[in-house]
Ligand binder design. Structure first.
Ligand SMILES: Cc1cc2nc3c(=O)[nH]c(=O)nc-3n(C[C@H](O)[C@H](O)[C@H](O)COP(=O)(O)OP(=O)(O)OC[C@H]3O[C@@H](n4cnc5c(N)ncnc54)[C@H](O)[C@@H]3O)c2cc1C
Length: 413
């Protein structure tokens, strides 16, 4: 008889987990609080499948750089200190992860997981014919406005066989829409990809429903997890309790609300914003994904829209958009790619990245023998979703894992 798994959370992580589990022969029940899937942080993110640009935000020099940013009005980072121990704990953990050696170690864990994600998505596309989410292999160019940061990036390439340092002129030759933007150079990674994360979620959901091996329960907020000794036995849905054999927590930045004795989840939401700018026949939008490194803005052409995404706001759990931050982002995007699309018609969005202090997600077992985690993917959840789901299925199925799990397993219970 096949094993049964219940997953809390219908974002890209929960859905990719469900898809990987069904593919590996499990029966799945996926429980989602909202009436639709992929409607929270997975809705309008940057769309970049950034497999080789995975270095965590926490790095040597970042705390000083962040102090400088916070004194500027146009900073990509905003910190509003709150009377919230979770925020202080997260910031303390972040500072602890800012040593260069720790950053390098965590970047290596993320790279391993990202490359597994790339090959997993490729398999799902090729073997299952998964499509309909504006996937393209379009390459990514990270552009630098400051010589110091360009030099640092040149010497710290994640994968020197796959990444090339280019002069400003070479960048413009590759992506002519960059025009005369004052870049000093860039790092080009030809194998990076782009897609629409929300459409990807819907395609996974359609396949899951068609499989006959997955029940999707929408509009069902899990109020609590019931445990007995070292096992979880049910989830509380308000009007009823649903018994569980294996339970996966993939509820994004809201996961810590589901408390269990001894389980401490080091997650905090990092709010960010996006604009979806329609591209008409008269517009000139970049074909290659662009990351404007010094302004921390990413641009990705997804179908007939330019997705612009940016900002890290450490301001608590309020998900509402900040008009000032959005208009700063729009101004900066228009300065860089003035003719890329109809900015007046752009759709604004805010999302909460579920971030661990180190930037490395938590995938795997807990002290509760049948409770598993797949959360904390921060700024890279779309990139890392397929590999994370694949690993989770292998761990629950007690198979050997596709990659070394060192650094990726939770130490939270
Ligand atoms: C501005 C911005 C740009 C980004 N750009 C990129 C990018 O270019 N590339 C990339 O790889 N990543 C990017 N990300 C990160 C990525 O979007 C996230 O890491 C990813 O969406 C997280 O997915 P998730 O499934 O963990 O969370 P979510 O998508 O938030 O899903 C969690 C789900 O759990 C549900 N839930 C919560 N609590 C409960 C409960 N008690 N009961 C039932 N259901 C519950 C929620 O309703 C939600 O649907 C970006 C994020 C932001 C904000």
């Amino acid at each position: 008889m096949s094993q049964q798994v219940c997953i809390i959370g219908g974002g890209v992580i929960g859905l990719a987990s469900a898809y990987a589990l069904v593919r590996q022969g499990f029966e799945v029940t996926l429980v989602e609080a909202q009436e639709s899937l992929g409607s929270q942080t997975s809705f309008a993110n940057g769309g970049q499948l950034s497999y080789r640009y995975v270095a965590p935000l926490a790095d040597a020099g970042v705390p000083w750089q962040a102090l400088g940013w916070m004194l500027k009005g146009d900073s990509p980072l905003k910190l509003r200190p709150r009377l919230d121990p979770a925020q202080w704990r997260w910031l303390a953990g972040f500072l602890g992860a800012c040593r260069h050696s720790v950053n390098q170690r965590n970047a290596a864990h993320l790279l391993r997981l990202a490359l597994l994600s790339q090959s997993t998505l490729q398999r799902w596309r090729e073997e299952d014919g998964l499509q309909g989410f504006d996937w393209r292999s379009n390459g990514k160019l990270v552009t630098f406005r400051e010589p110091g940061s360009f030099e640092h990036a040149r010497h710290n390439l994640a994968d020197s066989r796959q990444q090339q340092a280019l002069s400003a002129a070479e960048c413009t030759a590759l992506e002519p829409t960059l025009g005369d933007t004052p870049f000093v150079g860039g790092i080009y990674t030809p194998d990076e990809e782009v897609a629409d994360c929300h459409a990807f979620c819907l395609q996974l959901a359609a396949r899951l429903q068609a499989s006959g091996r997955c029940d999707i329960l929408l509009g069902q907020r899990v109020r609590a997890i019931r445990q007995e000794g070292d096992r979880v036995r049910a989830i509380d849905l308000g009007e009823r309790q649903l018994p569980v054999k294996h339970l996966v927590l993939a509820a994004g930045h809201r996961s810590p609300e589901l408390r269990l004795p001894g389980l401490k989840l080091p997650l905090y939401p990092l709010k960010g914003y996006s604009l979806s700018v329609p591209i008409g026949p008269q517009h000139r939008a970049p074909e290659i994904s662009i990351t404007d490194y010094n302004r921390k803005i990413v641009y990705a052409r997804i179908g007939q829209q330019l997705r612009v995404a940016a900002m890290v706001d450490i301001v608590g759990f309020d998900p509402s958009p900040d008009p000032g931050r959005l208009s700063l982002m729009r101004r900066q995007a228009e300065q860089t790619f003035a003719d890329a699309g109809d900015y007046q018609a752009a759709i604004e969005w805010a999302g909460m990245r579920p971030a661990t202090p180190s930037g490395v997600p938590l995938i795997g077992a807990t002290a509760y023998r049948n409770l598993w985690l797949n959360l904390g993917h921060g700024a890279l959840g779309f990139t890392l979703a397929c590999g994370s789901g694949q690993l989770l299925g292998e761990l629950i199925g007690q198979c050997s894992t596709s990659i070394d799990m060192q650094g990726l397993m939770p130490r939270v219970a």
